[in-house]
Design a protein around this ligand. Structure first.
Ligand code: HEM
Ligand code: HEM
Ligand SMILES: [Fe+2]
Length: 446
């Protein structure tokens, strides 16, 4: 059965899509700056564009996760969301905080802490916003008719993600201490609790799309949660190699972070196995593509490309180079970008009442964006490896190296155009079928 308050999800996703488009715009600004076309330099210097690009990424993903929770939790708990009006208030405040932060970055109001550039006073507004969100979701879940493993894992991920925002708000004078706790947010998010969010959404999608028994699917979810915590928590050590903390982290970080791909591998095996086991012939094939794609590409981008530079002997040379950007792009895209686009692709027809799923637009969106992003990853990778050898092994000057690798950014721009074309198709498909409505929900398409 469907619940009327599930419509709220649509509006969070619409915000998410708009921010994705904006993120890509800033990606292009940087790409062009890298080949010397810096017309915007006076207004949007590279460092501002970079902070804006990565922060927009985080906000569109969070808005996507929140939409997913507003869609999934009522259906799993079998009740409407409590206080739906407050959810709209939460959406508006999220958008306002986001816009303030972005405008602030252009006026030089930001902190030089990668990914956590939001100035601390604004952090408090983020905290209020997220508390409101969690309150709505958790009260709905715990006053609902059932508390499924899928819903609990998803909520647990969201809850711990909120909690882990706090260590990033502490003020330190020491660079080492600041860095140490910054990773509690950045690393423990993407290689810890966000994996639970991903696992929860993945599990929901597989239950709906493959028709395999919930019991079977949720058993896998326990394995994923277990592997994530086992490897991810101490895996934080791969960011503590040469920052001024005890050397023991070289060993701890090396060993445990090498185990991290297991959780992503489990997710990929999980998704593919459920697909093969599934007997349900769900008409929404494109949602299934995105779902399987997320599980597989995240294993490549996060798991394999993460492994490529996680040993201290390697990271000594690759740290902070374009090798990191190579991994960052495919990991974020595969794991979190794709799972958000998967849940949207699945839910939107149900919300708007459209019965056509497998349109050529939706297929072009899928293939162009994925081929484009894989190509971009290669371009970053080639540039990154060249940078590591020239700069770090042979001691060439930083700026001279940047000049040498310029050509790879020309390639990057071409592939990014392919990616952006795919996303354009996705955006058209998203808005083409109109707003969510009660009649559609009454039809209970699934
Ligand atoms: C048109 C598409 C895009 C282009 C041209 C682009 C380009 C760039 C560039 C040039 C950088 C800075 C690299 C440097 O330091 O020189 C960057 C950083 C980054 N981008 Fe993108 N990007 C695009 C889309 C995306 C998407 C869709 C995602 C995520 C799903 C993403 C995630 C990131 C991340 C995580 C970083 C920071 C990487 C790091 O910490 O080293 N980008 N991007
Ligand atoms: C979906 C999961 C993941 C995402 C979204 C992700 C994304 C990122 C991003 C954006 C960075 C740059 C962070 C910064 O400098 O502030 C980074 C760094 C790093 N990641 Fe991941 N990652 C993921 C999983 C993994 C896994 C599983 C491994 C190891 C197997 C790994 C290994 C590393 C390492 C070693 C660095 C440090 C790079 C450096 O020293 O510059 N990552 N990751
Ligand atoms: Fe990490």
């Amino acid at each position: 059965m469907k619940y009327k308050t599930q419509k709220i999800a649509y509006y969070f996703w619409a915000l998410s899509i708009l921010l994705l488009v904006l993120q890509i715009t800033y990606g292009f600004i940087m790409g062009f700056a890298r080949i010397g076309m810096e017309g915007l330099h006076e207004i949007i210097p590279f460092n501002t564009a970079r902070a804006t690009h990565t922060n927009l990424l985080v906000v569109w993903l969070l808005s996507g996760f929140m939409g997913a929770a507003y869609y999934i939790i009522p259906e799993e708990a079998q009740r409407d969301l409590v206080k739906p009006k407050l959810a709209f208030l939460q959406l508006i405040s999220l958008a306002l905080v986001g816009v303030t932060a972005i405008v602030g970055y252009h006026l030089n109001w930001w902190e030089g802490r990668k990914f956590l550039e939001i100035p601390r006073p604004l952090d408090w507004l983020v905290v209020v916003n997220v508390l409101l969100f969690l309150g709505l979701i958790l009260v709905t879940l715990f006053t609902g008719k059932r508390k499924t493993t899928t819903a609990l894992v998803l909520s647990m991920g969201l809850f711990f993600a909120a909690l882990l925002y706090l260590p990033g708000m502490i003020q330190f004078d020491s660079q080492t201490m600041d860095s140490f706790f910054r990773w509690w947010v950045v690393h423990l998010w993407v290689e810890g609790v966000w994996e639970l969010i991903m696992g929860g959404i993945l599990s929901f999608l597989l239950i709906k799309l493959t028709g395999v028994d919930r019991e079977v699917i949720e058993k896998w979810l326990y394995v994923i949660v277990g592997l994530t915590f086992l490897s991810g928590i101490l895996g934080t050590g791969h960011h503590y190699y040469y920052i001024g903390v005890n050397k023991i982290w070289l060993i701890i970080g090396g060993i445990f972070s090498m185990l991290e791909p297991l959780a992503f591998m489990a997710m990929a095996l999980f998704a593919v196995n459920m697909y093969r086991k599934g007997e349900k012939n769900h008409p929404n094939k494109i949602a299934l593509y995105w779902t399987l794609g997320a599980a597989i590409i995240s294993f490549i981008g996060a798991g394999l490309l993460g492994m490529a530079h996680t040993l201290p002997q390697v990271n000594l040379y690759t740290h902070g180079t374009l090798v990191t950007a190579m991994h960052g792009h495919l990991a974020f895209w595969g794991a979190y970008g794709m799972i958000v686009l998967a849940i949207m692709s699945y839910a939107l027809p149900n919300l708007t009442g459209r019965k056509r799923y497998d349109t050529s637009g939706s297929r072009l969106a899928y293939w162009l964006s994925n081929i484009g992003m894989l190509g971009m990853t290669l371009a970053f990778g080639v540039a990154g490896v060249a940078q590591v050898y020239l700069e770090r092994r042979y001691g060439m000057d930083f700026m001279d190296v940047q000049n040498e690798i310029k050509v790879h950014f020309a390639v990057l721009i071409i592939l990014a155009t392919l990616f952006a074309t795919g996303i354009t198709f996705y955006v058209i498909e998203f808005f083409k079928y109109g707003l969510p409505n009660d009649e559609a929900l009454d039809m209970n398409l699934d």
